[in-house]
Ligand binder design. Structure first.
Ligand SMILES: [Zn+2]
Length: 376
């Protein structure tokens, strides 16, 4: 049994002082108690900083870890897709496996407990299966010429925590998109409104529209009118859904989707990736104002310097720290559907524990020195 304490602990969405967390030798929390003076309690391990449950990375592509530093910053949305295509073939299987394994270990040490990971093939599945992190894998369907989800379904069926998903509302024709959206055991995760070209496409304008037209590709889904309307009309109300990026989402989009779903969808923000690719910031103030459910993802090392949850929290800016930490923990766990076991410091859960150090306790804000490390 261990007794663990810090200056503050994230409890029920608040930062509380004087908290001692007791865990058994399997890592399950057996007691959370409040004390006026922690110094008086025997055998407490004290870690300076804020004690938080293991973090939940709600969006990553671990298989792209080998592209760390391979693509320049600021290419823009279309440029980034082009660059990925260009550099993808330049690496050996060994290099790819090694990079994924290093990134997995970095995330574990930062205190990441579970990940919603997007995949295109099975290459790194053994790494995820043997990791101490709980990975949920979604094999994503992509391509206007894609006709069937059979191959992806066959891959997903081989693994315990895997399913298929639709890449985005601009890269799949109608039948296939609705088919994938209809049901699944894991959460549906769709890249949505990362760039303004996605909305423009539905108005037959912008870079995506021009590119598709040049290639002679037709889209049978533009009649929905907008990416958000397509989601509302294609995804059943009860489906657990993550919408990733949302940089160009409007208050109207959030309202429409909040009212469509029985449980509001989670907007997964990946600000480091947005900074890296386009310099655009997700409209987090609008999301908060609209009461949107928010979680945090790191996206991939093709578009991030590190897979750091703390870095992504810092980039979201001036948000009350307890709320920010809730995005990175409980909200991600809810979005994946594992909040009964992970995402908060509660008796009976086995959430893992991490400590965030380098916090400015005067302003209760993260600083450039803030970092997180796993202690359990
Ligand atoms: Zn992504």
């Amino acid at each position: 049994m261990r007794r663990i304490a810090s200056h503050y602990a994230l409890i029920n969405g608040e930062l509380e002082r004087g908290i001692v967390v007791e865990v058994d030798d399997k890592g399950s929390i057996t007691r959370v108690s409040h004390h006026d003076n922690i110094d008086n309690i025997a055998s407490v391990e004290f870690y300076p900083g804020i004690l938080i449950p293991g973090m939940i990375n709600a969006h990553s592509h671990l298989e792209l870890a080998y592209l760390r530093g391979a693509i320049a910053e600021g290419t823009g949305f279309a440029g980034f897709a082009r660059e990925i295509g260009r550099v993808r073939g330049n690496f050996t299987t060994e290099e790819r496996l090694h990079a994924a394994s290093v990134a997995d270990s970095e995330m574990w040490h930062e205190g990441v407990e579970a990940v919603m990971d997007i995949a295109n093939d099975e290459m790194i599945m053994p790494i995820k299966e043997h990791s101490k992190i709980e990975y949920h894998t979604l094999f994503e369907l992509f391509g206007l010429n894609a006709k069937s989800a059979a191959n992806h379904r066959a891959m997903a069926e081989k693994y315990q925590r895997a399913d298929i998903t639709a890449h985005s509302t601009y890269s799949l024709q109608d039948d296939l998109f609705s088919d994938i959206a209809r049901l699944g055991k894991e959460t549906l995760s769709v890249h949505l409104l990362e760039s303004e070209d996605e909305t423009a496409l539905y108005n037959k304008k912008g870079a995506l529209w021009e590119w598709y037209t040049r290639m002679g590709w037709e889209c049978d889904f533009l009649g929905y009118g907008s990416p958000a309307k397509r989601i509302a009309e294609s995804v059943p109300v009860e489906r657990r859904t993550m919408l990733v990026h949302g940089c160009q989402a409007t208050a109207e989009d959030v309202k429409l989707l909040n009212s469509h779903f029985s449980t509001p969808p989670t907007w997964v923000l990946c600000p480091e990736s947005n900074r890296y690719i386009s310099g655009i910031k997700p409209p987090v103030a609008m999301f908060r104002e609209m009461g949107a459910q928010i979680a945090i993802g790191t996206d991939s090392l093709a578009s991030a310097r590190h897979l750091s949850m703390v870095e992504n929290m810092r980039l979201l800016g001036d948000i009350p720290l307890a709320e920010l930490l809730t995005y990175a923990t409980l909200n991600g766990a809810k979005a994946i559907g594992i909040a009964d076991r992970k995402g908060s410091i509660e008796v009976g859960k086995r959430p893992g524990l991490a400590v965030i150090s380098g916090v400015d306790f005067q302003t209760m804000r993260l600083t450039p020195e803030s970092e997180s490390r796993r202690i359990l």
